[in-house]
Design a protein around this ligand. Sequence first.
Ligand code: FAD
Length: 279
Amino acid sequence: MIPPIANNFVAGESPAEALEHVEDLNERGVSAILNLLGEHYEERPPADEDAAAYENLVRDIDQSGLDACISVKPSQIGLDVGDDVFAENLTDIAAAADEHDVFTWVDMEDHETTDATLDVYEDLTTEYGGGVGVCVQANLKRTEEDLERLADLPGKVRLVKGAYDEPKAVAYKDKARVNEAYRNYLRYMFREFDDGVAVGSHDPEMISLARDLHEEFGTDYEVQMLMGVRDDAQYELAADGVEVWQYIPYGNKWFSYFYRRAMERKENMLFALRAVLGR
Ligand code: FAD
């Protein structure tokens, strides 16, 4: 059982608890991206187990009629075991998701995984005509070239600033430089992408820029934010007609995820404490 303080950032341990959260969220006009917590499996059995859990989850989403999709971490479904294991598991998940009409996102991990992730993504999004999306990171210098490759493919792309501490040979380290790259990449995506743009950020400046770019280019977009981070802003944007998706982690490996969220910003910890204290 997840303590209430962690419950602000993680929807529960079971798929049923996660779907209960999705029901509330959908009522507020926000759609859901479900992520079963787990990463960096070095053996095949847990990777296959989580892949099977996602195949069950897409069936449950379909049966529930809720507005939800999934987001999968490559190292959770076998990338650390082998590129072939990752490709096999993601192919099975994408096939099950397609059968149940559920969209599949592929999260992006550190820069050493980018090529393997994009290669499998390219095959699958081509096969499923855009029913799969992938995340790219503004802090990586290579992203400019990756976006050119992705612009020619069906499928949605989520732009984030990047969560991994990367070496300076491959990444911008300065926050202002990352923000500049984010703005430039966002502009490129609104100009060049046909299948819509996903703005994976809590940053009011980037969300406002996306609104302006939508006005300028007419490209569809959605805003994606994490559960427990600027929840009120998520509801307000949705009420204002913006397509908003909340990324919702769940599962029994919740502790380290909650710890990271709580520690990364003072506001997160205060928010979690206020929720527990009921004020
Ligand atoms: P920051 O640069 O952290 O902050 C900018 C501004 O946003 C702040 O000044 C503040 O105004 C507002 N803000 C940010 N956080 C808070 C908060 N907690 N409370 C109140 N205001 C806040 N990273 C990856 O590397 N790979 C992925 O696959 C990936 N997927 C993601 C999916 C989603 C849906 C989201 C939202 C993020 C994902 N990330 C991923 C993480 C991402 O890379 C960033 O680390 C994270 O989003 C923080 O950057 P930011 O753009 O939100 O804003």
